[in-house]
Design a protein around this ligand. Structure first.
Ligand code: TA6
Length: 301
């Protein structure tokens, strides 16, 4: 991608600039009175979002991440699509689908207001993507950067046969200290414990972290609050159209097996992922579209 041409076609004076990012990948820098953000066009991944009133980023981004075509960037908000987790057909296709490992196209950039900037990225089918998934589709991600961050993932079925997907916005949310974090909004729900043969278990109180956590909460509501007393902040997340919520922290032993994480990184993030996962599949009839929308807002008492 030609960075100069992208700036000519889509740059917005005083708000949005394309730059050559890590590994030479095209990145988008947004700076408006509401917030600053960094987005990788490769993978359509928001890497950083910091409201003007905050001194810490919303997102965790690993210092050891790869920035290489074909590899996932560790941190920010990867897009998992059209399947979540391992290849559902066991055909050795990439975990979490193929769009987090591919180059997207820039469709539009807009200054919505002085303090809000919107970018729309599109994943276009390629010969390589067709080797993973042959269904005709258009996938857009709209990213709105202002006082809050909003992502809208829109799947369109452009073929003449129904297809199904699972998906998630795999947000790596930065926290000050994992031991001082609780998630509210999942009380009295059920989850499948991926660390215990996907047994169904009951969540009684707030979610806290004392060990590795890898859970799929089913039939959930669409509003969560992360209390982070170390950073003295709350992250309020709202979402639409998802019935499942994934919560993940790899803790010490699993982190040690993940080469693009530092040993103590697990203390500084949790993944809370709004999605349609496991049996919560989305079926799309020919010509139909489906949107998954999530908003992130940092608040303080
Ligand atoms: O979202 C939770 C999860 O599915 C975990 O099971 C863990 O595998 C994690 O995602 C990260 O996956 P990745 O392929 O990015 O290493």
């Amino acid at each position: 991608m030609d960075i100069d041409q992208l700036n000519i076609d889509y740059g917005i004076t005083d708000q949005l600039t394309f730059v050559k990012g890590n590994g030479g990948l095209p990145f988008i820098l947004i700076s408006n009175p509401g917030a600053t953000a960094l987005i990788s066009v490769y993978a359509a991944q928001v890497l950083s979002f910091q409201p003007a009133t905050e001194c810490e980023d919303l997102l965790f981004l690993s210092q050891k991440s790869s920035y290489e075509e074909g590899k996932a960037i560790r941190g920010g908000i990867p897009v998992c699509w059209p399947w979540f987790g391992p290849d559902p057909k066991d055909r050795d296709r990439p975990d979490h689908g193929f769009v987090r490992n591919g180059l997207w196209a820039v469709l539009a950039t807009t200054a919505i207001a002085d303090n809000e900037t919107k970018v729309t990225l599109r994943f276009q089918e390629t010969i390589e993507s067709k080797s993973y998934w042959r269904k005709p589709f258009i996938l857009d991600l709209e990213i709105s950067v202002g006082d809050t961050l909003t992502l809208k993932l829109i799947t369109r079925n452009t073929g003449n046969k129904t297809f199904s997907i699972t998906q998630a916005l795999h947000a790596y949310l930065q926290v000050g200290d994992i031991n001082q974090v609780q998630i509210l909004g999942l009380e009295n729900s059920h989850y499948l414990d991926k660390l215990d043969n996907s047994l169904q278990k009951h969540q009684s109180g707030a979610v806290t972290f004392l060990e590795e956590v890898d859970r799929i909460y089913t039939g959930t509501q669409n509003e969560w609050l992360i209390n982070d007393s170390s950073f003295n902040r709350q992250i309020k997340i709202t979402s639409t159209s998802n019935k499942t919520t994934v919560v993940w922290n790899p803790w010490e032993a699993t982190s040690a097996k993940i080469p693009d994480l530092e040993p103590d990184d697990y203390q500084h993030f949790i993944c809370l992922e709004a999605g349609n996962v496991d049996t919560d599949t989305v079926e799309l009839l020919p010509g139909n579209e489906y949107s998954l929308l999530t908003n992130f807002k940092i608040t303080r008492d």
